[in-house]
Design a protein. Structure first.
Length: 95
């Protein structure tokens, strides 16, 4: 992991530790962890974002991608399917 990415992850982790309900910081942390290939570490953060804001469609997509990377394809399929339903309900489904 390069130094800049490691520093972003550490900074975001501190923000999340100070405010666990900061949806944006938690999503950014999950995304940066996934970029670093730390999919198992990203998973609980994507799930926390979804628990805090079930309409955060990017978190559904991020979790699905993390699960695919972890070779949990059946679970990823369920997440992608549920995320698509959410996206359709809130008008964010893209063709």
């Amino acid at each position: 992991m390069d130094e800049a990415l490691r520093e972003r992850i550490e900074g975001l982790a501190e923000i999340v530790e100070d405010d666990p309900e900061d949806v944006t910081a938690r999503f950014m942390l999950a995304t940066e962890l996934a970029k670093a290939g730390e999919h198992a570490a990203a998973e609980p953060h994507f799930r926390a974002v979804m628990a805090l804001d079930g309409d955060y469609t990017a978190a559904w997509r991020g979790l699905g991608r993390a699960l695919v990377a972890l070779e949990r394809v059946a679970e990823a399929r369920e997440v992608f399917t549920a995320g698509l339903v959410v996206a359709e309900q809130i008008g964010r489904a893209h063709v």
